[in-house]
Design a protein around this ligand. Structure first.
Ligand code: F6P
Length: 545
């Protein structure tokens, strides 16, 4: 059941609109001056994640109204529907059960009346067994050499999760193994990934939910050619050097991979929500089944928190509501995610698919066009690098860019004073953004009058700070689940389907039409618009010149 009143007609939305006009100009300096305990009060410490949301342009009234909006949108009912396995992905008539991927062995979650948890654990067990064989050297390549290189071939959710998790948890990984990730159909990606690898020591994981994705299948074919060439052309070698992760057994065996070496998952796992399914096989090989299990437990802890915590103490709910507040009332177009942790360097890229493929929608569940903004654009880079490039715009540009800062108390690889310097920087950034520097302060430093406006920081630029003890596999799981559920919170309120991705289809279809036109030996008859026709002509002409 979705809330039947259109979003902008709901009482809380209208109250928020009125409230926004009252407080939109209020400065964080004032909000902090009015409440000396604000920095302690507007925080939340749950499941090992500490969120400071005090540097947001909100009052207690804002929070009250946002929580009321969540209630009027039947958020509780929609959360229960997801966990219950209802087919909430309505355009594909599918349940959405990434939470089942990290449910404990004894849990029961039904899809079409069948408990899916035993199947989930059967696959995890099979992955663990395989991972241990690779890690121990027991799994040998075709020539009898042990596997030293693992290449994951996949794209979108079949790449971004694995590569992000590998980078994030490198500290916990087996450094005797080399991991590479190939995604782009641009041949350079594959060529560079394998240029220094010995095929006899290389295992390819072909990761594709559908096993039909153009990029992945093209890369997988090139990988098979490369491996067979290096291994003397014996087709039997494929079985020792290729495994598949997919929901499509037929296509896997057509490709030549023995389905005994296939790790399955299910249509109720969306690509961008799949990194803790078999899609995480490369992660498990890298960090080992125990660490992978800890990561799943971290996910599960956040799932339980999301499902059971009251909304005012619920991390994904609060973060989701704050994002919506800026997108829909302040007109913010983007959110910057800024991890002050080098290991999280691919986290913003991962979040881009999670957030934008989920909530980049302009029609509601009943197909009518929305009259409010949906997903903001997510972007970011690890700190402190961004400070020396785009932070200028966050501090002094004309746009309001809410920031999520992510930092850890303990460093994984201590090195002199580096970590204190790193953390001093993240704290300094959120302070500078919120409070800025007034003209009076700038003048008091003896700045020439004409230069004063250039050196003023208006401040009042909002941010969240997530300060977490240490980056562990469990913490990574919690962090990802936090964003996953925050995306759902927003999708529920916007009344959109956060789990389909029809917007990626048209380009795929058109590309299939253009490929033969580019490759045709004879001049093709083109029936595109004049721009596309002209570009195709030009490409063909220059290529054959
Ligand atoms: O094109 C978008 C998409 O369908 C993503 O949602 C998905 O993660 C990606 O392609 C890869 O799909 P597959 O795992 O089926 O190859």
């Amino acid at each position: 059941m979705t809330a039947s009143v259109p979003l902008t007609a709901r009482p809380a939305w209208q109250a928020l609109t009125a409230h926004y006009s009252q407080i939109s100009k209020r400065h964080l300096r004032q909000l902090f001056a009015d409440d000396p305990k604000r920095g302690e009060r507007l925080t939340l410490d749950a499941v090992g994640i500490f969120l400071d949301y005090s540097k947001n342009r909100i009052t207690d009234e804002t929070l009250k109204l946002l929580l009321q909006l969540a209630a009027e949108s039947d958020l509780q009912g929609r959360i229960e529907a997801m966990f219950r396995g209802d087919k909430i992905n309505i355009t594909e008539n599918r349940a959405v059960l990434h939470v089942a991927l990290r449910a404990p062995r004894d849990a029961s979650i039904l899809v079409d009346g069948e408990n899916v948890v035993p199947e989930v654990h059967a696959v995890l067990d099979k992955m663990a067994e395989f991972s241990n064989r690779v890690r121990s050297g027991e799994w040998k390549g075709h020539t009898g050499k042990r596997i030293r290189n693992i290449v994951n071939i996949g794209i979108g959710g079949s790449d971004l999760g694995p590569v992000m998790a590998y980078e994030a948890l490198k500290h916990y990984s087996d450094r005797n193994l080399t991991f590479r990730f190939v995604s782009n159909v641009d041949g350079i990606d594959f060529v560079e990934a394998v240029h220094d690898l010995d095929p006899a020591e290389t295992l390819f994981i072909v990761a594709s939910k559908t096993f039909t994705t153009l990029e992945t299948m093209t890369n997988a074919q090139s990988a098979r050619d490369w491996a067979l060439k290096g291994l003397g052309g014996d087709m039997k070698a494929v079985a020792r050097h290729f495994v598949a992760v997919s929901t499509n057994a037929t296509k896997v065996s057509e490709f030549g991979i023995d389905t005994a070496n296939m790790f399955g998952f299910w249509d109720w796992v969306g690509g961008r929500y799949s990194m803790d399914s078999a899609i995480g096989l490369s992660t498990m090989i890298a960090i080992g089944p125990d660490n992978f299990g800890e990561m799943l437990d971290g996910f599960h802890q956040m799932d339980e928190h999301f499902r059971t915590a009251p909304f005012e103490k619920n991390l994904p709910v609060l973060m989701g509501l704050l994002t919506l507040w800026y997108s829909d009332f302040f007109g913010s177009e983007t959110v910057a995610v800024l991890p002050y942790e080098q290991y999280l360097k691919r986290f913003p890229a991962y979040l881009q698919q999670l957030t934008m493929e989920s909530n980049g929608k302009y029609v509601t569940l009943d197909g009518s066009k929305v009259d409010y903004e949906t997903s903001p654009i997510y972007w970011g880079e690890p700190g402190t690098n961004g400070q020396h490039s785009f932070y200028q715009l966050i501090h002094q540009g004309t746009r309001l860019i809410p920031c999520d800062f992510i930092a850890f108390v303990q460093e994984l690889t201590p090195l002199g004073r580096h970590h204190d310097m790193l953390i001093a920087n993240v704290l300094a950034q959120s302070e500078a953004l919120a409070f800025g520097k007034t003209p009076e302060e700038v003048k008091a430093e003896g700045t020439a009058d004409w230069l004063v406006p250039h050196r003023v920081f208006e401040g009042n630029r909002p941010s969240n700070t997530l300060l977490i003890e240490k980056l562990t596999p469990a913490v990574l799981g919690k962090l990802i689940a936090l964003y996953e559920h925050s995306v759902y919170v927003q999708g529920v309120i916007w009344n959109i389907d956060s789990f389909d991705q029809w917007g990626v289809e048209l380009g795929k279809v058109l590309a299939q039409r253009i490929i033969p036109e580019l490759e045709s030996k004879t001049e093709p008859k083109l029936a595109h618009d004049s721009s596309t026709n002209n570009l195709i002509h030009r490409y063909r002409e220059l290529k054959s010149a």
